[in-house]
Design a binder for this molecule. Sequence first.
Ligand SMILES: *[C@@H]1O[C@H](CO)[C@@H](O)[C@H](O)[C@H]1NC(C)=O
Ligand SMILES: *[C@@H]1O[C@H](CO)[C@@H](O)[C@H](O)[C@H]1NC(C)=O
Length: 184
Amino acid sequence: MKQTILILHLLILTILIQPIQSTLSHTSLLEQICRQSPHYHLCTMTLRSSINHRSKQDIVGFGRLALRIVNANASITLDHIKKGYIKTTCPMEKEALKDCLASYNMIVNVHLHEALNALNKRDYKIVKQRAYVAGIQAETCDNKFKNSTRKPLRDTNRYVQNLCAIIMSIVNKLISTNQPTSSY
Ligand SMILES: *[C@@H]1O[C@H](CO)[C@@H](O)[C@H](O)[C@H]1NC(C)=O
Ligand SMILES: *[C@@H]1O[C@H](CO)[C@@H](O)[C@H](O)[C@H]1NC(C)=O
């Protein structure tokens, strides 16, 4: 009788411990990725939402999640720029928004789109290139407002640049673990 109770206790303990363990290993991979990435806080904030998104919690999964999150932000931003471009009566702002429209069109419809495709094909070097160029495009947009007192896209441009840098650092981990050792 005593033994049965002991076994039962052990069983319950095992059931209780398992989810704790998987949460722990998830947290530690997230920590490891973000400690090696620029913008630690943005990185942890972004990747922590993997719990809500139920995305796969490995390095590729975290990379995909970051790409989807920045893509969602950039897609809605693209719509906002279109509306702002139509609405504004200031010629200088109209000019800047026109250039940003082109930049964000490329970010959403070319670079991030292709980065996600490349991630699915495990072509990590392409993912890195696309994330790099997407970041540059956001910077280009931001520079259009250099002379302007109103900088409506400043936070978003910084956000896109920083998340692209985080994505590049995540992908770097994939590139270095997938490199055949004979190549150097
Ligand atoms: C900002 O002003 C400088 C000097 O007037 C000018 O050369 C430059 O082209 C302007 N930049 C933009 C993005 O309008
Ligand atoms: C994108 O992110 C920036 C920075 O957090 C935020 O200011 C902006 O409102 C976001 N845009 C959208 C459309 O969610």
